[in-house]
Design a protein around this ligand. Structure first.
Ligand code: X90
Length: 281
């Protein structure tokens, strides 16, 4: 029985390996009036960000279609697919349709599509958990129920300097985007339990922003086990968040990744996203 984990590119995880499974990413796309950016690891993100800042007219994103998910499933018979929250994207719907076709064509295959109710680093945590569970030799059904349980303990916060692209694509209100557009204001929010985007604070100043994020993490039950951070061209800032975390929790497993194209487009330059679980050491 061969296992495969398939994620859409909003996880920012483009390579992942471990014993007993394969891993593949299906890309979302960013579209402007001149160009299409496919969210693959070789894409030049800084160039895309510059090109988007010059694009005044139109930009949008599109999720993988059913065919793209189906192709990524091919060859495997125990598949875990994970998507960006179904409340903000059609990726989950496409993956579910692909799964239905796939089990019709390969009746012995198992496919479970996970609606992450989130994106980015929270998806990364779920992918890593899937990897651990598969490597430890659990059955498909055992993994499925353990991952449903894990999702109750994973969380996502974000900090954005602009909500312009979220508003342009109808994912937040124009009024909220206007507040975020004030110079120096940063917006902190979270993925709600229902997988919707929830705005929580508007703040100014790095120290205040990082302390608020850290406080929000602890309020959500974080106690120093595991944190994954993805950022859009803002490494110094998130390194400071990492230091704040490690100061209180020296043994915490903290990793930093670059946002891929989809998260870079919506988080925008300077934005970052934090995933963590609420387990205690
Ligand atoms: O299908 C598509 O075109 C993709 C649409 C995605 C829209 C939102 C992406 C947000 C990415 C921003 C902060 C995290 C918010 C998490 C809320 C659940 C990153």
């Amino acid at each position: 029985m061969n296992f495969k984990i398939v994620s859409d590119s909003s996880s920012n995880v483009f390579t992942f390996s471990g014993s007993g499974f394969e891993y593949e990413t299906v890309p979302l796309k960013i579209i402007t009036s001149k160009e299409e950016f496919v969210d693959t690891p070789d894409l030049d993100i800084p160039r895309m960000i510059i090109s988007l800042s010059e694009e005044k007219n139109f930009s949008a994103t599109s999720c993988p279609n059913m065919h793209e998910w189906y192709e990524a499933f091919k060859g495997a018979d125990n598949i875990f697919a994970i998507t960006i929250t179904s409340s903000l994207s059609g990726s989950y719907g496409s993956a579910v349709s692909a799964a239905e076709e796939y089990v019709k064509d390969f009746p012995n295959a198992n496919v479970y599509v996970i609606d992450s109710l989130s994106t980015g680093p929270e998806m990364q945590l779920i992918i890593e958990k899937l990897g651990e569970l598969i490597s430890s030799g659990k059955t498909f059904e055992e993994i499925k129920s353990e991952i449903i349980e894990y999702q109750k303990h994973s969380h996502l916060l974000f900090c954005l300097q602009s909500l312009a692209n979220l508003a342009r694509n109808g994912r937040v209100s124009h009024a909220a985007a206007k507040i975020a557009g004030i110079l120096g204001i940063q917006i902190i929010g979270r993925a709600s339990a229902q997988g919707t985007l929830e705005l929580a604070h508007k703040l100014r100043g790095e120290k205040k922003v990082l302390n608020t994020i850290f406080k929000e993490m602890e309020m959500a039950g974080f106690s120093g086990v595991k944190v994954r951070i993805s950022h859009c061209m803002n490494l110094a800032y998130v390194e400071n968040l990492k230091s704040i975390i490690l100061e209180k929790y020296p043994n915490c497993d903290v990793q930093i990744l670059h946002c891929g194209a989809l998260c870079s487009y919506y988080a925008e330059r300077g934005g970052f996203i934090v995933g963590f679980d609420d387990y205690s050491a």
